[in-house]
Design a protein around this ligand. Structure first.
Ligand code: SF4
Length: 366
């Protein structure tokens, strides 16, 4: 890691909550190497290398996230501060790790499973995560679907009665204006066979002030809307983030959480316990823990599946079942998502949370 921190900021950790004892220099939003250096998040000597990284992969760190960075290499800094290591692509890494492009019948639509499809109305995000599996596509350039492209997507959904669920993703759908988000949700809600709408977002933690009452009200449509919050560390669930989530819940939208298992961010049972408990306090049910997708230049975040299983196994019996997400892998190449969590059945016996084997009389394990 090339960064060194020049300040004296420290964190206090108590009961899963982290408090900065002194905030860093906050800019509204950091978008390039110069701003990183000015904010004390990178050294001047690294400016040129980081400009090259920024030319390849989008950079944005909101003020809300910047305020949480105690050190460039801490769990928040690692997620958003670019690193020259991103310029090296490992042999197994792919530009489109989960095969979105091959499964896209028209702009903005991805169809992988029979009963659901993705709609990506834009490719803008509030922050650009250094491990993002869509990093070759997302960026401030937009990818905003035109009205004609949206109409084509609606027509495609209308013509496919097998599609019961539309998942708005991107980019981040909550970067849309309330008017545009509301129009998209209302149009989809009018398609009779669509029973469920889902929004995947990082906005409530990354830029909670964007979640206005008007944006929350835009989610209030007849068809059930579920929101899946992407957060990877307990520190992201700030009071402002929790208040933003409450506004969304006020619109009758249930909340789920998804996280990515990331080296140096949440790769311990303690960090995951803190994260899942923080989600539950915010009324967010942990839903998915994703194995890192092999996007280019992300190797520094990789945690082997076997290690992920060990980390999760250590949580079994220690945290409420409500805190348990599904540990899942998107099989590279677009072959779908499968659970890869630890197993508890072995050779006709079952393991208890402490790892002790028990033979079960009268229960077939064959
Ligand atoms: S917010 Fe989501 S889509 Fe955007 S960069 Fe982060 S992981 Fe990727």
């Amino acid at each position: 890691m090339i960064f060194r921190w020049f300040g004296e900021i420290s964190t206090a950790h108590s009961g899963g909550r982290h408090t900065l004892t002194r905030p860093p220099l906050i800019q509204s939003s950091i978008r390039d190497a110069d701003a990183l250096v000015t904010a004390g998040l990178a050294q001047d000597a690294d400016r040129a290398a980081l400009q090259v990284v920024g030319g390849r992969y989008a950079v944005a760190i909101t003020g809300a996230m910047q305020a949480l960075i105690a050190h460039p290499d801490d769990p928040i800094g690692r997620q958003f501060i670019p690193d020259p290591a991103e310029l090296a692509t490992a042999p197994h890494e792919r530009a489109d790790p989960i095969g979105d492009d091959a499964l896209s019948p028209l702009p903005g639509v991805v169809h992988r499973y029979p009963d659901r499809a993705l709609l990506k109305p834009l490719l803008v995000c509030p922050v650009y995560c250094r491990f993002c599996f869509r990093r070759e596509h997302v960026g401030p350039g937009g990818g905003l679907l035109s009205d004609a492209e949206l109409d084509a997507a609606y027509a495609w959904f209308r013509a496919r009665p097998a599609i019961r669920e539309v998942i708005l993703t991107g980019g981040d759908p909550l970067m849309l204006s309330p008017r545009r988000l509301g129009a998209i949700l209302c149009t989809l809600a009018e398609i009779p066979h669509i029973e469920l709408l889902r929004i995947h977002t990082r906005v409530p933690v990354a830029e909670p002030s964007r979640v206005t009452e008007a944006l929350a009200a835009a989610m209030e449509v007849e068809t059930p809307v579920w929101l899946v919050l992407h957060a990877n560390h307990a520190r992201e669930l700030t009071p402002d983030a929790v208040a933003a989530l409450r506004r969304i819940q006020g619109a009758g939208v249930p909340l789920l959480g998804q996280s990515v298992l990331l080296r140096g961010v949440n790769d311990s049972s303690e960090a995951l316990e803190d994260l899942f408990r923080a989600m539950l306090r915010a009324r967010v049910k942990p839903y998915y823990l994703h194995q890192l997708d092999p996007a280019p230049g992300t190797a520094r975040f990789a945690v082997p599946i076997e290690e992920g299983q060990r980390i999760l196994r250590a949580l079994r019996g220690r945290v409420t079942g409500l805190a348990w997400p599904n540990y899942v892998l998107d099989i590279p190449g677009g072959h779908g998502k499968v659970p890869v969590g630890p197993g508890y059945l072995e050779d006709g016996a079952v393991l208890d949370p402490a790892g002790t084997r028990h033979r079960l009389a009268g229960v077939s394990t064959a």
